[in-house]
Design a protein around this ligand. Structure first.
Ligand code: HQG
Length: 183
């Protein structure tokens, strides 16, 4: 498939697997998995102009730069690795973070973030990365990027829980502003 097609399917999968499965009448289990055959038939029966098949889904999974999706070992189910707004239990284990993690946002959010800390907004978790490059790319989606450095290890020592998704994104429920260093 062309990269344009793959991108379109990737966005569609993000939409139904992270945010709105009911848009096509799909159900995710408590751990966020969708049955692939069910996903294909419901996507193709929906009003969305999308034509899915297994090969295409596999190609999106294999070529996703961020490894956004994972197919279960038995090949029957698919889920998003992170980014959910719906309440799913990814069964992630708490892990000790590195001393610092980074969050990319837009400069216009700084005042609010300094007042309220980082909040997950529509998603289940605040998304953090180990490197400034990733954080910059994330922040750019919303405007002039601003990189915040987070005292992650200190947070962990003070009782905050961190997780790492299957594709390496660091997740935590919130970051009070006392742990933020503006870069
Ligand atoms: C901001 C993409 C004002 C926060 C990315 C962010 C990531 C506040 C926005 C993943 C705030 C939420 C997640 C506060 C947080 N006041 N603004 N108190 N607290 N914010 O999209 O981290 O490509 O939900 O800084 O790469 O941008 O889709 O989170 O700007 O990994 O796979 O509120 O989504 O992955 O935006 O992005 P988002 P995010 P994919």
């Amino acid at each position: 498939a062309s990269s344009k097609q793959l991108n379109k399917v990737s966005k569609f999968l993000s939409f139904v697997l992270r945010h709105k499965p009911e848009a096509i009448g799909l159900e995710l289990d408590t751990n966020g998995w969708a049955n692939i055959d069910d996903l294909i038939s419901k996507a193709n029966a929906s009003s969305e102009p999308i034509n899915l098949d297994r090969t295409l889904i596999q190609e999106v999974v294999d070529t996703s730069d961020k490894k956004r999706f994972i197919i279960s070992d038995d090949g029957q189910n698919i889920r998003a690795n992170q980014g959910h707004s719906i309440n799913v239990d990814l069964q992630l284990k708490p892990v000790t973070p590195p001393e610092f993690l980074y969050h990319g946002t837009a400069t216009r959010f700084l005042n609010s973030i300094l007042q309220e800390g980082l909040k997950p907004q529509q998603r289940q978790y605040v998304h953090l990365s180990t490197d400034i490059e990733t954080a910059t790319a994330v922040g750019q989606r919303y405007g002039k990027p601003l990189i915040l450095k987070i005292k992650a290890l200190l947070m962990h020592e003070q009782g905050f829980v961190f997780y790492q998704s299957e594709n390496g994104v660091w997740l935590t429920e919130s970051v009070p502003s006392t742990y933020l260093i503006s870069q």
